[in-house]
Design a protein around this ligand. Structure first.
Ligand code: FES
Ligand code: FES
Length: 152
């Protein structure tokens, strides 16, 4: 066990964890930020996506130790800065079962940061590594465009 200093959703806190513990498990089990989901555990489904210094990363593939000194944002931390994104998701009625949607919202936040007015191709590329079993990609695309246009 080590004392790890992590900045999650703008708040720096110290957690006790083995340095090799994946960030995903520190978020879910230690900090109870259960919006970040476990899917495959091997970096292929995208369910565990969080922002690290503004870029989407798979939290099952990042150790908690490596996340120190980085700004980590989970879906719980999106509300203040990205309320328009969540509103667009509601307007387009995106979610079906909802399991993948925290990762989708995080991915959208990362995409809009890099491309404030993304093309369909840029949207498709950003989301290709995040699996939605319910097939909501068409509605995600519409919601991203709506959010990019300020909710219209
Ligand atoms: S749980 Fe991390 S990519 Fe699937
Ligand atoms: S909404 Fe069900 S997995 Fe995406």
């Amino acid at each position: 066990m080590a004392s790890l200093r992590l900045t999650i959703n703008g708040r720096t806190q110290v957690v006790q964890a083995g340095p090799d513990t994946p960030l995903l498990w520190v978020l879910r089990d230690r900090l109870r930020l259960t919006g970040t989901k476990f899917g495959c555990g091997v970096g292929v489904c995208g369910a565990c996506t969080v922002l690290q210094d503004g870029k989407p990363v798979r939290s099952c593939q990042v150790t908690a130790a490596a996340a120190q000194g980085k700004a980590i944002v989970t879906v719980e931390g999106l509300a203040s800065e990205h309320a328009h994104l969540q509103q667009a998701w509601l307007e387009e009625d995106v979610a079906q079962c909802g399991y993948c949607q925290p990762a989708m919202l995080i991915t959208a936040a990362g995409l809009l940061r890099e491309h404030p007015a993304p093309t369909d191709q840029e949207i498709d590329k950003a989301f290709e590594g995040v699996i939605c079993r319910c097939g909501t990609y068409g509605r995600i695309r519409k919601a991203v465009h709506r959010a990019a246009k300020g909710g219209k």
